[in-house]
Design a protein around this ligand. Structure first.
Ligand code: KG4
Ligand code: ZN
Length: 354
């Protein structure tokens, strides 16, 4: 494909509980973006139920793709190719998007690009900041992963740090569930923290010996859950109302502050070590108000430029997958063939491409 042509790629995302399709021009401009979120459906179970997610993707995928093409004002024939999130994610959910993308590529004879979901999240930054170019350090924090990544080019990435146990979003989701704040937990804790005192509750700083860029959130999660449970026990044994013994607002603010401080500290230290003058954030947790504010302050104090996706591009969407697809196409890499399949686990990766 000619590197200079304007590329219009239709991207598809179905790795978890959002069925999404979008058309993006040149990796920078969104022509349409449709997201069908199943979050309400899963909220009564306190988390994503994989079997339900796959069934809903099957129902939603065709209408969502049709709507994305219609909203872009283009016709199928005007598109230059397709891209799809092929992993990591839930196998049954991923397969729905991958099958739809293969069908489209097959009937139109246009190229199909497989996108690593994490590379997709990072690429959301290219849509919100038209002047962002690699290299830069990116924190990717979501429900499934927490990574510090060096974006070496538009299509190649090196993992510098990762969580050893839970992802940051997972910790938000679990604690919110126990507090009865619902699913997804991150936005609920973000909202509940408003006006709360971030120093009211003390949590330990999670450190991993000899691994300054790795994270561990399971200790924090366990500590938070035991704090909530002991306040509940006290309330039962003393007959004092729970809200007299426990402030959800202060607790949410303190818990969120601990996660934001840890994520920011490790990311800034990675940027310093790798001499990066640009820092970006990505993934659902990047929508967190405190994280956005703290990372911006810390990066700018050190003379680094800070980038973040618009809020709606932090959580799962297909515009980021279409953007990543555009950059793969522009790089001249060969498209995938019809043997493409879902790759649910890319956990052990040290390096990855878009
Ligand atoms: O990127 P994403 O949509 O899906 C995955 O790839 O996992 O991220 C979803 C995660 C959930 O854990 C959700 O609680 C978290 O992102 N999240 C937030 C916020 N908005 C979403 N976490 C903290 N603060 C938020 N405002
Ligand atoms: Zn995601």
């Amino acid at each position: 494909m000619n590197r200079c042509t304007v590329l219009k790629i239709l991207g598809i995302e179905s790795s978890c509980d959002e069925t999404a399709a979008a058309v993006v021009e040149d990796g920078r401009k969104i022509l349409s973006s449709i997201i069908f979120s199943q979050a309400r459906l899963h909220s009564k179970f306190g988390g994503v139920v994989p079997e339900i997610a796959s069934r809903k993707h099957v129902e939603a995928i065709v209408p969502v793709i049709s709507e994305a093409i219609r909203e872009s004002g283009l016709k199928l024939a005007d598109l230059d190719g397709f891209s799809v999130s092929s992993g990591p994610g839930l196998i049954g959910a991923l397969l729905v998007g991958v099958s739809a993308a293969k069908a489209l590529a097959s009937v139109t004879g246009k190229p199909l690009y497989a996108v690593n979901h994490i590379a997709g999240h990072i690429s959301a930054n290219y849509l919100s900041s038209s002047d962002l170019e690699p290299p830069f350090i990116c924190l990717v924090a979501s429900g499934g992963h927490s990574h510090i990544v060096l974006a070496e080019s538009f299509t190649s990435y090196k993992v510098i740090g990762r969580t050893r146990d839970d992802a940051a979003g997972e910790a938000f989701d679990k604690v919110a569930r126990v507090l009865g704040l619902g699913y997804p937990g991150g936005p609920a804790i973000d909202k509940a923290s408003f006006g709360g005192d971030p120093s009211a509750y003390k949590f330990p700083e999670a450190k991993i010996k000899d691994s300054p860029y790795d994270f561990s959130f399971s200790g924090l999660k366990t500590r938070a859950l035991s704090e909530i449970n002991s306040a509940r026990q006290k309330s039962l044994s003393s007959s004092l109302p729970f809200d007299k013994l426990f402030s959800v607002k202060d607790f949410a603010a303190s818990f969120q502050e601990n996660i934001a401080q840890t994520l920011v500290k490790h990311t800034i230290s990675a940027a310093e070590t790798f001499n990066a003058d640009k820092i970006a954030i990505a993934g659902g947790v990047a929508a967190n108000r405190r994280l956005r504010e703290l990372m911006k302050t810390r990066a700018e104090e050190r003379g680094m430029r800070f980038f973040m996706p618009d809020m709606e591009l932090c959580t799962d969407n297909a515009a980021m997958i279409a953007a990543a697809g555009c950059f793969i196409a522009k790089s001249g890499k060969s498209p995938s063939d019809m043997r493409l399949t879902a790759k649910p686990s890319l956990k052990a990766m040290e390096e990855f491409s878009a």
